[in-house]
Design a binder for this molecule. Structure first.
Ligand code: LCS
Length: 392
């Protein structure tokens, strides 16, 4: 059958109900283990000579459907599911590095990814550098003989800076270094790094892929040979596998991804237009803004600007916290990409583990607020923000 369009693939890819009693909804295989027909079959499966399930830490049929679906959506050879976004990030970084290696990372990362790099440096002498990756020269200047991978977030959490993925992939090819992209903020609907020459794409599926704030999960897509190896070594031995019920929630969530993303983006564009003109707001960072410094990169690699906006409140940290305390229905919570509009204070929440000087280098001030625009009526979202900004 010919390749399905994105909106069809999110609903159908990777599942054939005919082999499962016609069940329209993917069954949840709530089992820890699988029986073998014979001792010899068990031997063949463990030796990798015969396809088939053995134990749910090594693979589960419900999880397999999700892995096939995300692979199709990202345009990669295979997918691999994890128990959280951080389980995915840590398994991939452990798989690609050994003691004394070096990682080149984007200037700005989710706080726990930053924490993981710090731990790898302290425990295994795996050093890292951060780069804006604005030009080829910027990237080349920090590549070392022991650079084992380039690790990128774009848009960067929470500063909304962008990195030109095609540019990074071109440089990386010259040096034969794999490029890993955390695509959490965009989802494959808005941006597909593998199509731009990157090697591995990963997600905190907790966010837009799940979309409903009810699951913690991670997904990775890349070359079959690489991810087969990660599944049967790093993931098997570290154990951060996805439970089948979580896979079922994500299969359901993915079906509406294009619809949800379109609405998140439209709402964010409307709220951005209002925010940028409010006197209590200084800077507003949104990739869909035509005066955003990285707007040309957005035009090149993202379908729309996304559902996240960051902005700075005029005044001090206390002014930022006062604003958050005055919101009415907008939820003061970390995470993002849910139906509900969520708002948080990166300096004291998602990025609290980043030391202050590094935080300031990344562009995270005490006045910075991160807004994940939800699916409510945008007029209600704006009115709640406006009343909280205006309240004395
Ligand atoms: N990558 C990015 C870009 C993230 O934003 C997060 C979580 C992760 C990886 C880790 O995924 P998890 O293990 O939580 O599924 N980001 C969060 C945030 O911004 N607020 O709360 C969690």
């Amino acid at each position: 059958m010919k390749k399905k369009r994105f909106e069809t693939a999110v609903i159908h890819e990777g599942y054939d109900e005919k082999v499962l009693l016609g069940s329209l909804s993917t069954p949840i295989f709530q089992t820890s283990t699988y029986t073998f027909d014979s001792a010899e079959q068990g031997e063949r499966r463990f030796a990798g000579e015969e396809e088939g399930y053995m134990y749910s830490r090594l693979g589960n049929p419900t999880v397999t459907v999700l892995e096939k679906r995300i692979a199709a959506l990202e345009g990669g050879e295979r997918g691999l599911a994890f128990s959280s976004g951080m389980a995915a990030v840590s398994a991939i970084l452990v798989a690609l590095t050994k003691a004394n290696d070096h990682i080149l990372a984007s200037e700005g990362l989710y706080g726990c990814t930053f924490g993981l790099l710090t731990m790898m440096k302290e425990k295994y002498n795996i050093d890292h550098d951060f780069s804006s990756m604005a030009t080829k020269e910027d990237i080349k200047a920090l590549i070392k003989p022991n650079t084992a991978c380039i690790y990128i977030e774009t848009p960067i959490n929470p500063t909304m800076k962008l990195i030109d993925l095609e540019l990074v992939a071109e440089v990386a090819k010259e040096y034969d270094i794999p490029v890993v992209v955390d695509n959490t903020f965009s989802s494959p609907y808005l941006q597909r790094p593998l199509e731009l020459g990157c090697d591995v794409v990963l997600h905190s599926a907790t966010k837009y892929i799940g979309g409903h704030g009810d699951v913690i999960a991670g997904l990775v897509v890349g070359k079959k040979e690489f991810l087969d190896d990660v599944q049967m070594t790093t993931q098997k031995d570290m154990g951060g596998v996805m439970p089948p019920f979580d896979a079922w929630l994500l299969i359901r969530g993915l079906k509406t991804l294009p619809l949800r993303m379109d609405r998140h983006c439209i709402n964010a564009e409307k709220v951005f237009e209002k925010l940028k003109n409010h006197e209590k707001v200084t800077n507003v960072y949104y990739p869909g803004d035509s005066s955003h410094p990285d707007y040309l990169i957005k035009q090149k690699q993202m379908k729309h600007g996304g559902g996240l906006i960051s902005f700075e409140i005029k005044g001090s940290k206390q002014d930022a916290q006062n604003f958050l305390n005055k919101l009415s229905f907008i939820k003061l919570a970390v995470s993002l990409g849910d139906t509900e509009t969520l708002i948080e204070h990166p300096a004291t929440m998602t990025h609290a583990v980043v030391p202050e000087d590094e935080r300031v280098n990344m562009g995270i001030s005490d006045q910075l607020i991160r807004l994940s625009v939800g699916l409510e009526a945008w007029g209600d979202i704006w009115e709640d923000i406006e009343q909280a900004l205006n309240k004395k």
